[in-house]
Design a binder for this molecule. Sequence first.
Ligand SMILES: [Zn+2]
Length: 164
Amino acid sequence: MEENNNKPRIGWARRTARDLLKEAGITTPPILISDIVKHIKKEKDLSVHPWAFGEDTDGIQITQGESATIGYNQSQHSHRQRFTVAHEIGHFLLCHTTNDSAFDLDSKKPEEVEANQFAAELLMPLEMFKKDFKAGMTSADDLGKKYNVSKESAWWRMYNTKLI
Ligand SMILES: [Zn+2]
């Protein structure tokens, strides 16, 4: 039983991101974090702020009961900031108890894997991404620009979803 509890719930994390996009009526990239936050705010108490963190911190999320505050590092590249906020929103909506102070894309901790999967699906929704790829947009550069993510993220997305 314990084993099951420790497995990341990847399908559920992705589905939560897809449902959120659908509810917010977002059907085309780039996915704007501000649209996502605005939608969540209709039902939940969420605030997102730029913060002067040191170099080592991407973002934090503090949940108090039903309220959450997300801070992201204002000195990082906007691509990084977008991913950070998406990741922290993931923790909030997936009801993780973690209070992030840093995150690691390679982390094997179930909550971190789930938050990263949520963020990838939110910023590069598989259905849209696949459609663009199949329509001929096969370079990480072009996909990165269209989805407002880094070239590296777009490449990993293509790789992880077996498009390449
Ligand atoms: Zn995290």
